[in-house]
Ligand binder design. Structure first.
Ligand code: NAP
Length: 210
């Protein structure tokens, strides 16, 4: 499958590009800057330069699926949450519709359905994520919304807990998150929204059991 990865140069994105390539997919690695091209090629990606704050749509042409794992990042303010996390994700939803790309996997976040329940500083982020998720649910695309807990850079454990609602908060490694995304792409998770944390079940089994 030819998969456009928005956020391919990010911490989850790097794992994701490598794992997609290892699984035999063609990872179209969206980068903002030509200088990142060699790096994403070294993970197994095909670089495609596009800016989510500009017009990223042409980067999607010819793909079979889009995985959105971009973001303004923890150091950015509410304006970036709006232009990248919300509007950037929605621009690629519109591009998917225009180019007939049916499959869209969104990296959302736990708490995105209820931003007011989060700490004040997180609310603009959670609100942007929640609105992007709503737009995806209403898009008519074959979507899956993946909501990890707090991301860590620990080594992958290969085991997770995944469910519509886990009833707890916690952590998951970025590499396990990327593994979940690869499994989600081809598993029957169409139209599903689920939370995922470090846990006990092998990733494929957890995703196929949703
Ligand atoms: N941190 C957490 O605990 C947590 C929890 C749940 C969900 N999430 C979500 O998980 C996802 C991955 O997180 P992460 O830690 O891998 O994030 P990250 O390392 O900050 O990566 C974000 C990526 O988005 C890219 N990006 C930013 N602005 C862009 C623009 N205008 N156009 C194109 N690309 C742009 C960045 O590009 P550059 O490399 O050029 O900067 C970077 O590659 C994000 O959606 C995040 O919101 C995070």
């Amino acid at each position: 499958m030819k998969v456009l990865v928005a956020g391919s140069h990010g911490k989850v994105g790097r794992h994701l590009v490598r794992l997609l390539a290892e699984a035999g997919h063609e990872a179209m690695a969206m980068i903002r800057d030509d200088s990142q091209a060699l790096e994403v090629e070294s993970f197994g990606g095909t670089p495609v330069v596009a800016d989510l704050e500009g017009d990223p749509a042409p980067a999607a042409e010819g793909s079979d699926a889009i995985i959105f794992t971009a973001g303004g990042g923890p150091g950015s303010g509410a304006a970036k949450k709006e232009t990248i996390d919300r509007q950037g994700a929605i621009k690629l939803i519109e591009a998917a519709k225009d180019y007939g790309i049916r499959r869209y996997v969104m990296v959302s976040a736990m708490g995105a359905d209820d931003p007011e329940s989060g700490p004040e500083g997180m609310r603009p982020y959670l609100k942007a994520k929640g609105q992007a998720d709503d737009a995806l649910r209403e898009s008519g695309l074959d979507y899956t919304i993946v909501r990890p807990g707090r991301l860590t850079d620990d080594p992958a454990a290969g085991r997770v807990d995944a469910a519509t609602s886990l009833g707890r908060r916690g952590e998951i490694t970025r590499e396990d998150t990327a593994r979940v995304l690869v499994a989600t792409l081809t598993a029957n998770t169409h139209g599903k929204t689920f939370e995922v944390l470090a846990g006990d079940t092998p990733i494929e089994e957890a995703i196929n059991g949703l």
